[in-house]
Design a protein around this ligand. Structure first.
Ligand SMILES: Cc1ncc(C[n+]2csc(CCOP(=O)(O)OP(=O)(O)O)c2C)c(N)n1
Ligand SMILES: [Mg+2]
Length: 358
């Protein structure tokens, strides 16, 4: 069976900004399209700011997501207050769309504990760094919600590389067997650090991996925010109605480095990056579509940009009022009672601080 044919990439708005399926895109109001654009613009401006702050030495190692805004914003808009979100280190466009404050996002990048704490009423887990571990958290939490008879669902993010981990397979199997209300949202950005997808797996798609677990699985254009939003909404409704999990593969690409500690010129050509920016950019595509629909407005754009610049500057001012992160904090907030190994490490750390050990 040809998996690329079995899982065609669904698209509602083409790269040229034309409606591929106008019956569907006609349902998108001007207000919703402006909301899409504003959220993607906020994410992009914040991402650029963070890369600059890292280069100036004002925040720690940073993980850029430029190019993946439609995948993250469109999916985050499909869940509701009360639902659960499980991001990775790269999913800050999703968490800010779901309500995480820009101040706390910045605090995360300077290592302060507040960075992992969402606003009151927003169920956002701290970003998972151990690859694929969050699929188990998301499945477990959603299973608990099901057992409590609520209608809350989990939305979990993970990359193409994460699908080579055991946790991915355990999460999918469990969610399928117990009809858990979880949406598995994969951002296939083509790389796990420097390893391209074709060197990591023989599967031609990520979506096909859902077949083995009898999970409804789809492949969508992750740079088409209309496809991302509408298809994730359907998956969320299925979960909410007791119909179980869905696997969504959103095909996208990251423009920047894996992290600010990575040099992508070692494994990708600049020409390809330039070409992707020119042809598949999620913000430009939506802009073209809005222009075609006659709802693009330059004055609105300028006002929106100014508003976001102010929000980011305010968040940065607020972040800078916090004391520097304290290394003692690494021993807090994970275990109620420290394990003996961590207890030992804390003791060593204290001795080093007191100059009794080097
Ligand atoms: C369990 C585990 N193994 C290895 C790593 C090191 N590591 C960090 S990011 C990464 C690549 C992940 O790629 P992907 O899942 O495609 O996500 P992306 O970074 O592209 O968003 C790896 C292997 C890790 N963080 N956790
Ligand atoms: Mg990846």
């Amino acid at each position: 069976m040809n998996m690329l044919e079995k899982f065609p990439i669904m698209q509602y708005i083409s790269e040229e900004g034309e409606a591929v399926n106008s019956e569907i895109t006609d349902m998108l109001t001007a207000d919703l399209l402006k909301l899409f654009y504003e959220k993607m613009l906020r994410a992009r401006m914040m991402d650029k700011k963070c890369v600059n702050l890292q280069r100036q030495g004002r925040i720690g190692t940073y993980v850029p997501y430029e190019g993946q805004e439609a995948a993250q914003v469109g999916s985050a808009l499909a869940v509701e207050e009360g639902d659960w979100m499980f991001p990775t280190y790269r999913d800050h466009a999703a968490t800010m769309t779901f309500g995480h404050s820009l101040r706390n996002l910045l605090l995360y990048w300077v290592g302060r504990i507040e960075g992992g704490i969402p606003p009151e009423g927003k169920n956002i887990f701290p970003p998972a760094v151990p690859i694929a571990s969050q699929l188990l958290h998301a499945t477990g939490v959603a299973w608990a919600e099901k057992k409590k008879n609520t209608d809350r669902v989990s939305l979990v993010y993970f990359g193409d590389g994460a699908t080579s981990e055991g946790d991915f397979h355990e999460g999918l199997n469990f969610a399928s067997v117990f009809k858990v209300p979880v949406v598995f949202f994969n951002q296939n950005n083509g790389y796990a650090i420097s390893v391209p997808m074709e060197k990591q797996m023989n599967s031609k798609t990520i979506a096909q991996k859902g077949l083995g677990y009898e999970i409804p699985s789809i492949r969508i254009d992750g740079n088409d925010i209309a496809a991302v939003y509408l298809e994730t909404k359907k998956a969320v409704e299925r979960a909410r109605n007791g119909e179980g999990p869905t696997l969504i593969e959103a095909v996208t690409w990251r423009y920047g480095a894996h992290t600010t500690a990575d040099d992508p010129s070692k494994y990708r050509d600049q020409a390809e990056i330039d070409n992707r920016r020119k042809t598949t950019d999620p913000l430009s595509r939506l802009e073209k579509y809005m222009k075609n629909e006659g709802i693009w407005d330059e004055e609105w754009l300028t006002n929106t940009e100014n508003k976001i610049t102010n929000e980011i500057n305010t968040a940065l001012d607020e972040m800078q009022k916090y004391p520097e992160a304290n290394i003692d904090d690494v021993f807090e907030n994970v275990f109620e009672k420290l394990t003996w190994t961590l207890e030992e490490q804390r003791e060593q750390h204290r001795k080093i601080k007191r100059g009794q050990m080097s």
